[in-house]
Structures are given as structure tokens and as C-alpha cells.
Design a protein around this ligand. Structure first.
Ligand SMILES: NC(=O)c1ccc[n+]([C@@H]2O[C@H](COP(=O)([O-])OP(=O)(O)OC[C@H]3O[C@@H](n4cnc5c(N)ncnc54)[C@H](O)[C@@H]3O)[C@@H](O)[C@H]2O)c1
Length: 376
């Protein structure tokens, strides 16, 4: 299967920046041609999820990829860190920064982030501040990171006050999404990635949602061409939005559908793996649709269709499903740190039906309080 190449082109004030997203099967074991222009004769810091190592027998693609970059680059230094949101913290960031500097890096050194969204976010953030900014490549290895976090340049870590509150915008120079990497992914993590894919249909493309509704069983059976198709569709929708609004001054906020509720739920779980990001967003999307419904923006039929697709995928659709109890007051408190808020007013992403999200600013607190009192 030939790789698909999606080009993300961002027009910045000072320089034009564009980068390719390669999507395909067996890309990493055969990555010489793709990776050569980016790594040739550079010092590489490979920041990888500890799930991958040269010693383990179950990750040929990682081993083959390392051999290729060792052959092409000046040197390769390794930094292994655990996956999972607990890793996205200031002390792990400090560890990465100090360790990278100990390798005597220079401005033309290259960081490669090899892992899921957690590795991509923290490694990308480190790349953005080391020596005031190094190039980095994203090699996303979870479904969620292939369709979402590796594209768009949002990098960062969590704070005890909330999710992703410390970070920067720093675009990668390339993204390589190898579908083969998904073979070792747990069903739970695969499903978490499906949530972000469904999100794209809900935000912007009703036909994509219909396609997912019709074909979810084949997708769950890892149908290779369907997987490639839905990863490409997702990256296309995301890059379209980012090209217009890199720094989230407008339309990019739509990508946050379900995330205002989701982030509040996640920070309640203390990032200990009780609930993973995609699951929190799944519950968040259901709450956003229910809220859209009671505020008169979206029909009940469409709300039920969304909830049913997530249920069919065995994803949580309510707080009851994930055994987290949060009071209305505590939930409201978490919303106050949402980065979409302006002038102390809460902002939500709501829907006027499937395929049409919109930004609702100045959210009426009494409506929200009544909704939460009834829902959670
Ligand atoms: N930057 C963005 O725009 C953006 C967008 C969406 C989500 N995110 C962030 O992404 C994170 C979630 O990403 P994630 O779900 O990939 O989390 P993750 O990186 O923690 O990966 C999930 C789990 O899968 C394991 N894993 C990774 N690749 C594997 C593979 N190929 N086979 C088997 N196991 C593998 C990891 O070790 C981990 O246990 C959250 O922190 C979220 O905030 C960022």
C-alpha cells in the first residue's frame, strides 16, 4: 500500500511553514527515503515511549527504524519515558531537558517523538524550548495520536490545576503515521482513538459520521484500507482547520468539542489511568450534545445517534459509566481554567446537529448549573 501524503501548509507572518503527514502501512521499517531529508547528518534525540525498546522482541518496526536513523544521522541518543498522562508533568519535562542538554545538542539537532500523544506532547514542548526551539518529528504510535495530537503543533504538559495548562505552539517538520504500529495497541486505547475520529465527523462532516456509523464493525476488525482512509480523513479535516487558524483565535476551538467536560473529568481522575483521554472526551461529547439539545440547538434524534455510536463502540457515554462522581460546583470550578474562556465568561463548543459545531461564548451559568445538576 503506497503511503498517502497530506501536506499541512501554514502561512505565518514571518515565514511560510509546511510539513508532510505520511500515512500508510509498514512505513517505519521502510522509512529510509521518507526520513533521509530530515535526519541526514544531524544529531538526533529519540524520545520514545518505554513500551518500545531495542531489547524487546515485539517491536521490529522500532528496531528497524532505529537502524535506519543510526545509519543516516550523525548520532542517535535515546530518552525513554513511560506512556500515560501521569508522565506529562514538569519533573518528566525537566528530566528530558537536562538529559537532552547532556548530549551536547546544538540548534540543528533534531528531536524525534516516538509514541502516543503523551510522548508527542511532552517531547514537542521540550523541542520548543530547548535552545529556544529545535526541529522535531512526530512518530505517533496510537490511533489517537495518529489522527489528532501529532498534527497541529499543540505541545505541553498538565498541571495540578488542570490539563495541558503549560505549553506552546510548535509545529513538527514531519509526521509519520504507520498503521502497522496499531497492531500492539490495546483495544481500550484503540477505542479511545476512535472518539477523536468520530469528533471530526461531528464537528464538520456529517458524511464522515455516516460512514463511521455504517462501517464501525469493519474498522474494529482493523480493516487496513478503512483505517488508512479514516486516518487520512481525520488528518485532512484537522489540517484544514489549522491552516486557517493555527493559534486558536477562532475555528480551531471547534476541535475542542467534548473537551471542556472531558478535561474536567480527566483532571478528576488524577491522570492515573482510571480514565484515559479518549474516554473522558467520549463522555464530554455526549454531555455537549445533551446540552446542545436542551438549549434547543440540536434535535434529540441526533443526540441519540451520537450516543448510540459511542455505546456501540463500548465507550463510556456518562459519568456513571466511568464511576467518577463530581459535584456541579467542582465541575464549574474546573471549567474556569478552560483556555477558550474570555473575560471570565465560559465558552463551550456546541452543535447545531451532526456535522455542525459552533463556538458558544458567554455561556449562561444558570443554564449550565441546572444541566449539570440533572446530568451528573
Ligand atoms: N497536542 C494535541 O493537539 C492533542 C490532541 C489530542 C490529545 N492530546 C493529548 O494526547 C494524550 C493522549 O494520547 P494517547 O492516547 O496516545 O496517550 P499515550 O501516549 O499515553 O498512549 C496510550 C497508551 O498506549 C501505549 N502505547 C503507545 N503506543 C503503543 C503501541 N503502538 N502499542 C501498544 N501500546 C502503545 C502507551 O504506553 C500508553 O500506555 C493526552 O495527554 C491528550 O491531552 C493532545
Amino acid at each position: 500500500m503506497k503511503p498517502a501524503i497530506i501536506n499541512v501548509s501554514l502561512t505565518k507572518k514571518l515565514n511560510n511553514l509546511s510539513y508532510p503527514i505520511f500515512v500508510g502501512n509498514n512505513l517505519l521499517s521502510n522509512s529510509e527515503k521518507i526520513i533521509k531529508p530530515f535526519v541526514q547528518n544531524r544529531k538526533v534525540i529519540l524520545i520514545h515511549d518505554n513500551f518500545f525498546s531495542l531489547e524487546k522482541k515485539n517491536n521490529h518496526d522500532f528496531v528497524n527504524f532505529v537502524k535506519i536513523i543510526q545509519h543516516l544521522s550523525e548520532t542517535v541518543n535515546f530518552i525513554g519515558i513511560p506512556g500515560g498522562d501521569k508522565t506529562k508533568n514538569i519533573s518528566q519535562l525537566n528530566f528530558i531537558l537536562e538529559k537532552s542538554l547532556s548530549f551536547k545538542i546544538s540548534r540543528d539537532s533534531l528531536i524525534i517523538a516516538f509514541g502516543g500523544g503523551v510522548i508527542g506532547d511532552i517531547a514537542g514542548f521540550a523541542a520548543s524550548i530547548l535552545l529556544r526551539g529545535l526541529d522535531y518529528i512526530q512518530i505517533p504510535t496510537t490511533l489517537l495520536s495518529q489522527v489528532d495530537s501529532s498534527v497541529g503543533g499543540k505541545t505541553g504538559i498538565n498541571s495540578s490545576e488542570g490539563k495541558n495548562l503549560i505549553g506552546s505552539f510548535h509545529q513538527p517538520i514531519a509526521v509519520i503515521a504507520d498503521i502497522n504500529m496499531l497492531k500492539t495497541l490495546s483495544k481500550r486505547e484503540f477505542l479511545a482513538g476512535m472518539v477523536e475520529i468520530i469528533k471530526y465527523g461531528l464537528i464538520k462532516d456529517v458524511n464522515f459520521f455516516n460512514y463511521l456509523e455504517k462501517n464501525y464493525q469493519e474498522i474494529l476488525n482493523y480493516d487496513q484500507s478503512m483505517l488508512k482512509n479514516i486516518i487520512c480523513m481525520s488528518c485532512n479535516i484537522k489540517s484544514d482547520i489549522i491552516e486557517k487558524d493555527e493559534k486558536e483565535n477562532g475555528e480551531r476551538a471547534l476541535l475542542n468539542l467534548g473537551h471542556t467536560f472531558g478535561h474536567a473529568i480527566e483532571s478528576y481522575g488524577k491522570y492515573d489511568g482510571t480514565i484515559v483521554h479518549g474516554e473522558a472526551v467520549s463522555v464530554g461529547i455526549c454531555l455537549a450534545f445533551k446540552l446542545s439539545n436542551i438549549m434547543g440547538f440540536c434535535s434529540q434524534v441526533e443526540t441519540i445517534r451520537v450516543i448510540n455510536l459511542l455505546k456501540n463502540l463500548k465507550l463510556p457515554t456518562s459519568l456513571n459509566d466511568i464511576n467518577i462522581s463530581i459535584t456541579t460546583a467542582k465541575m464549574l470550578d474546573k471549567f474556569r481554567y478552560d483556555k477558550k474562556n474570555k473575560n471570565n465568561q465560559l465558552t463551550f463548543i456546541l452543535n447545531e446537529g451532526i456535522g455542525k459545531s459552533f463556538i458558544k461564548s458567554n455561556m449562561d451559568i444558570s443554564v449550565l448549573t441546572k444541566f449539570l445538576d440533572e446530568e451528573i
